[in-house]
Every structure is written in structure tokens, then in C-alpha cells.
Ligand binder design. Sequence first.
Ligand code: NAD
Ligand code: DAU
Length: 348
Amino acid sequence: MKNILITGGAGFIGSHVVRLFVNTYPNYNIFNLDALTYAGNLENITDIADASNYTFIKGDIKDIGFINSLFQKHQFDRVIHLAAESHVDRSITNPNAFIETNVLGTANLLNAFRDLWLGNFDDKLFYHVSTDEVYGSLGKTGLFVETTPYDPQSPYAASKAASDHIVRSFGNTYQMPFVISNCSNNYGANQFPEKLIPLFIHNIKNNKPLPVYGDGNYTRDWLYVEDHAKAIDLIFHKGKVTETYNIGGFNEWTNLNLIHLLCEQLDKKLDQPKGTAAKLITYVKDRAGHDRRYAIDATKLSEELGWKPSVTFEEGLSKTVDWYLENSVWLNNVTSGTYKKYYKKMYG
Ligand code: NAD
Ligand code: DAU
């Protein structure tokens, strides 16, 4: 029986990871630690809430005393760390929130894990989930590989880069077994509608403008969130300790091409004339310091561990649009703040 701590399991990617682990590994005790910030939503994981191998803990990774006592109490054998402030635009308006959670919060977890197992790290693992944004911005050609030098450009990216470095320093200094994965842009069910795809689906549904930053010719590599969760499972079980794995879909889209595909899919699914959604496209002021292009080379992960994405982008996007259209209660609650009132009532 292993005690596995997953942080940030009420968020977008974390909820898919928690579900996969709870359903696939009945012999693991899965503890989901989440502060339930604006981005954390227990409605993401109602289906596994009563599973016998699952425990939810509301708590903040910034709280060092709480984190230390939690590790002492549950003796976590392994950690998968996803909890973070994750939205680039918010990091531009409030960088300190990112430094506090992503840097200091990660350091708190590392210290607690080290104090628990120092000298006896057999079969222990600290898995740190990170982003391709640590590598900075690419020109027209080239891909990020695991050895690409770090060059983070936004406060979010810098806070994630710092946390990656601190994880590696604990591996080097205390021989703490760790693994890091750096993933490209995720999309799928349960993503908070501040990120491009769910925001635009919500706005098209509600006939609101689609705010395209700058010229719209920024490029991202998109990966279906369930494929990210499966990659994390594979790396957690088969990845080499102290290694880094890049995860990505070999699936580059300019924002404008993606937005046009999304508009076409929504016109069909909402049964409205072709071109209706695209009329909502509105060019707005660019994001400060906007990274031009990200693209991941995931060859190491596919060659060493046999991973590959399970869906094409068109299929994944279609499934994603269907999910948001079928889950209007979830979307309405998230955008109206109903769930926040619920948490206030439940947890104070
Ligand atoms: P998210 O914002 O949807 O979820 C973050 C979760 O962390 C929320 O449930 C939130 O309540 C929780 N959290 C935030 N601060 C906390 C704190 N101080 N203590 C405890 N819990 C806290 O984020 P996401 O998009 O699911 O990203 C998850 C992880 O994956 C992050 O580390 C992010 O950097 C990384 N990542 C995200 C993407 C992406 O495209 N979304 C891609 C690559 C890597
Ligand atoms: O690359 C991985 C990263 O992907 C993750 O680490 C981050 O947590 C995640 O938020 C995401 O970052 P991006 O900044 O790439 O994602 P976002 O959805 O915010 O924006 C995608 C692109 O769309 C980007 O070029 C900015 C643009 N955009 C975004 C929004 C919200 C717009 O043009 N208009 C918008 O309203």
C-alpha cells in the first residue's frame, strides 16, 4: 500500500490525474491536497469523491507548518506536484502570488519530503509537473528539447523555472529521487474559462467578443489533457529518476488558425450559419511580453517510454467542445461564482 500525495487535484490537469490514479490503482491511497483557489473546483471530481482509496484535503502549500504536519501524519511515499498559479495574464498583474505558491510552496513540499525520508529514499519519488514555458520563446523553426537552456519570459514562467531548479537542487544535494516533466498547452474538459479554448467556447455560446491578442499569429503546441495525464502515469511508474521528460502533441497551431477551427466546429454544433462565430473575433491589445512560439520535441518520451497522443487535435477539440456544451451547469457555476459561495459555506 502506497500513500501518494497529489497536489492541485481539484484544478484542470490535476483532476484528470487524480481520476486516472484513483480508478487505475486501487492499491494506492490517493490524497488530493488543494487550496481550492478560484481555479480549484471539487465539481471536477465528483465521480471519485467517495472512492475508498481517495481522500481530499483542503490546504495551502504556502503554509509550512501545515505541510510539515501533513507529511508527518500521512508519511507520503510519493508526491505528484501540480498545485500552482497557472495563468500567464494573472502573473502579469500579480507576480508575487506566483512566486509565493509556485516557488515557496514547492520549496515547502520539498523540505517536508526531505525531512520525512532523508537517508532512506528507497522507492520514494517527488514528481514535479512543469511547463514548456520555462524554455522561453522559439523563432520560426526549432523545437524545445530537454536540454534547451531555460529562458523564462513571464513571471509565471520564471516562477515555474525557479521551482524546477529547486527540485533539481534537492536531488543533487540530498539525493532526493525526483522526476520533472515539461508539457505544452493542454486543452480538454474542466479547464477554467480564462484560458484561450474554454474562454472562447464560453464567449461563442454567449455571443460575446473573442479577444485575440496582438496579430493572433502566436503559435502553441496543443495536447489533450487526458493524454497528459497518461504521460504522467507512465513517467511516474517507468520514468528514470533525476530525468526530465518533455510532453507535447507535435501539434502546432497559430492562435488564429485554432480559433477558426473552433468557430467552424461551434457553428456546426450550435446549428448556426457558417461564419457566425468568426464574426465575434475582435483584435485587442497584446499580452505584455507575449511569447511568440512554443513547440515541444517529445521524442525522448515516445522512444524511451512508448508514449504517444491518443487523439488528433480535431478529435480532441470536438470532444472538448461537446463537453462544454453538455456541461453548461459546470460552466455557468464557474463563470457566475456559485461554486465559490459553496466553498465559503463548506470550508469557511
Ligand atoms: P489550474 O490553475 O487549473 O489548477 C491549479 C490547482 O492548484 C487548483 O486546483 C488550485 O486550487 C490549486 N492551488 C493553487 N494554489 C494552491 C496552493 N497555494 N496550495 C494548494 N493548492 C493550490 O492549473 P492547471 O492548468 O491544471 O495546471 C496544473 C499544473 O500543470 C501547474 O503546475 C502548471 O504549471 C502545469 N502545466 C499546465 C499546463 C496547461 O496548459 N494548463 C501545461 C503545462 C504544465
Ligand atoms: O505552454 C504551457 C502553458 O500553456 C501552461 O504552462 C500555462 O499554465 C497555460 O495557461 C498555457 O499558457 P498560454 O499563455 O499559452 O495559454 P493561454 O490559454 O492563456 O493563451 C494561449 C494563447 O492564446 C496565447 O498566445 C495568448 C492567446 N490568447 C489568450 C487569451 C486568454 C488570446 O489571444 N486571447 C485570450 O483571451
